[in-house]
Design a protein around this ligand. Structure first.
Ligand code: SF4
Ligand code: SF4
Length: 354
């Protein structure tokens, strides 16, 4: 992969990217020059140690995907990635030495991709258990950033029956970390988190699940371009149907957007080309704690969400979605949540599907 340096990038493209970061950081366009300057003037690129545990490498793929000039190029230019098992040239004892040296120096951002196997022998690198490597690397880290669904809350490797006892990084270490969930993480979320630190000298404000509010503060459903169809009760009921081609609401096809918090519809993926709902499948809820178990089956309509059947009927999904958020985060399955909410939805059936 050719690696472009900031100075090689077209100035307009760079400022466009800084504009995107400004909106993600919740700042006005007036901050664009400040962001550009903070990135360019960083006396030393922030040092990063990137550990890779139980996952499918999807987050690394997401970050290093080469389109030009992409967020990935900027990530690699803004950060000094000192250790990364997948992309570093060194191997074997040489790479172990690099990790040892980085840990001794300290003061790095520790980025962790993948869940932590908490049973001995279930996840090892260089004959050492991943959990021991994590503990050691976390001690001198300036901040710990868990990226992707697996590293944050367990994700797919942590799904039932979870024989390796996979846990998220924060849960395993028993301390606050910055969680950037998603399957995979969006590279722009990683860079926005680091740039926030460059700009303000601190990490962004987090929600109760350790997620930066600037990224995970709004619901997919509230920024979805198909929301008008939901409000009018116009749904896709079969993939390949006329309604599907006309991009109607995917709620009945299992879209979990009403209960999922993230800015995916705004930031999108692969340099803003598309995102899940735009592809026609719907959101599976991958930025939420408890995913995927709490959001299965993916193709089943999210229970407990009252939907309007014609224009003008009151939409109660907002109120119920908020309650569901709490319950699913506690790891309670969606269908259990639905029965728990039955009492609350009673009397609202005229507008609802349940
Ligand atoms: S249910 Fe899904 S497709 Fe429909 S409006 Fe909400 S987020 Fe968009
Ligand atoms: S739209 Fe939903 S499933 Fe897709 S990345 Fe965002 S949170 Fe995950």
């Amino acid at each position: 992969m050719k690696h472009y340096l900031l100075k090689e990038l077209d100035r307009r493209e760079f400022l466009r990217f800084c504009g995107l970061l400004a909106s993600m950081l919740g700042l006005s366009d007036l901050y664009i020059p400040k962001i550009a300057s903070a990135i360019e003037k960083a006396s030393r690129r922030p040092s990063v140690v990137w550990l890779h545990f139980a996952s499918d490498t999807g987050c690394t793929e997401s970050v290093i995907k080469a389109t030009y000039p992409s967020a990935a190029e900027l990530v690699l230019d803004i950060l000094s990635i000192d250790y990364h098992e997948t992309i570093m040239a060194a191997a074997g004892t040489q790479s172990e030495e690099i990790l040892k040296r980085s840990i001794e120096e300290g003061g790095y951002f520790l980025i962790v991709e993948g869940g932590v196997p908490t049973k001995r022998g279930y996840g090892m690198i260089g004959r050492r258990d991943m959990m021991d490597i994590l503990k050691e690397a976390s001690e001198k880290a300036k901040a710990i950033i868990a990226i992707g669904a697996c590293a944050t809350y367990g994700g797919v490797p942590g799904a039932r029956p979870n024989p390796a006892g996979i846990k998220g990084v924060g849960e395993y270490l028993g301390r606050q970390v910055v969680n950037l969930p998603g399957c995979p993480v969006n590279p722009e979320w990683v860079i926005a988190t680091i740039v926030h630190n460059l700009l303000f000298g601190r990490l962004p404000e987090l929600d109760r699940y350790g997620r930066p509010k600037m990224i995970y503060g709004t619901r997919i459903h509230d920024n979805c371009p198909r929301r008008a169809h939901f409000d009018q009760g116009v749904f896709v009921e079969e993939f390949g149907s006329e309604e599907a081609w006309e991009r109607k609401c995917l709620y009945k096809m299992g879209c979990k957007g009403p209960n999922t918090f993230s800015n995916c519809p705004l930031v999108r993926w692969n340099d803003k080309i598309s995102w899940c709902v735009q592809t026609g499948y719907g959101c599976t809820g991958c930025t939420e704690p408890g995913w995927p178990d709490a959001f299965s089956p993916f193709r089943a309509a999210l229970p407990g969400v009252a939907i309007p059947i014609f224009k003008g009927v009151e939409n109660t999904a907002d109120k119920i979605g908020a309650t569901l958020g709490v319950a699913t985060a506690a790891g309670i399955g969606i269908h259990f949540v639905a029965s728990a909410l039955k009492g609350r939805t009673k009397g609202k059936k005229e507008g609802g599907e349940e």
